[in-house]
Ligand binder design. Structure first.
Ligand code: ZN
Ligand code: ZN
Length: 266
């Protein structure tokens, strides 16, 4: 199966984050080979030094990130549209720091993701045992309250991997908090990262789940396709299935350029 013209993979990492492999040029080549029209690098944003430091580039590496992606942009000009964005974290108290980094460069696209509940990196396989100590209903209510905070912060274009706490199979027993978060996301005019990485995790399902995809599409929330690739072989992963699923749910697929929505889909 081949991909239709005009598709972008808008969630890609680079080795600068310390847990991805392959030169950005190899991600671009993989995108070309997969039949994509463009990509947007969205590596993990630098954060204050006390926050999750081993899993992201340092602030003093930001220029190297920008320059490397710009080199790849030039190398692939006319063959593949290469854009430059960030996956930013929403963590209360760090908004000012994040705003500074976002002002440092004219990014194409900024994803807002929640990876921490308090001091717990809940998507880190090393700390998965913590789920056993938690009430899942409370966990998801807390998580979606943070997602609403991210949506209201005005910092981001899209919310990353909406139902991330399901990663290891711990599903939301309720669902009302997720729907409230979708109301806020729609009201604030944000999009959703339709993220195929979940298919490669124990939950074996893209983010968001089919019911949340439906609920988002019903609220006219657009989707930005992303593989969340941490190596070149993951670029465009499961995108035929992803596109089918989003369109079948009545969803619209868009991309961002200079933080403005683009309808790239032919
Ligand atoms: Zn990562
Ligand atoms: Zn993420």
């Amino acid at each position: 199966m081949t991909l239709p013209q005009g598709l972008y993979d808008s969630h890609l990492h680079t080795p600068l984050c310390g847990h991805a492999s392959g030169h950005p040029r190899e991600y671009a080549q993989a995108a070309l080979d997969a039949g994509l029209s463009g990509i947007c690098f969205t590596d993990h944003i630098p954060m204050p030094r006390w926050y999750d430091a081993p899993w992201r580039m340092r602030r003093d590496q930001l220029d190297e990130y920008i320059q490397t992606v710009q080199e790849v942009q030039r190398e692939f000009a006319g063959r593949l549209d290469v854009r430059l964005g960030l996956e930013a974290d929403f963590h209360p108290g760090t908004e000012g720091y994040v705003a500074e980094v976002l002002e440092a460069h004219p990014w194409d696209y900024v994803i807002g993701s929640v990876h921490y509940l308090g001091a717990w990196g809940f998507d880190n396989p090393e700390f998965v045992d913590e789920y056993e100590r938690r009430d899942l209903g409370t966990l998801y209510r807390h998580y979606y309250a943070l997602i609403e905070g991210a949506a209201r912060s005005g910092l981001f274009d899209a919310i990353g991997h909406l139902d991330l706490p399901k990663k290891f199979g711990h599903r939301d027993p309720q669902g009302a908090a997720a729907l409230r978060a979708l109301d806020t996301i729609a009201l604030q005019g944000l999009s959703l990262d339709y993220n195929t990485a979940g298919l490669r995790k124990p939950v074996a399902e893209a983010y968001p789940a089919p019911d949340l995809l439906q609920a988002a599409a019903a609220r006219q929330i657009p989707f930005v396709l992303g593989s969340d690739a941490h190596r070149p072989g993951e670029v465009g992963s499961a995108f035929v299935q992803a596109l089918d699923t989003v369109l079948a749910a009545g969803g619209r697929v868009i991309t961002y350029q200079q933080r403005t929505r683009q309808d790239n889909q032919a």
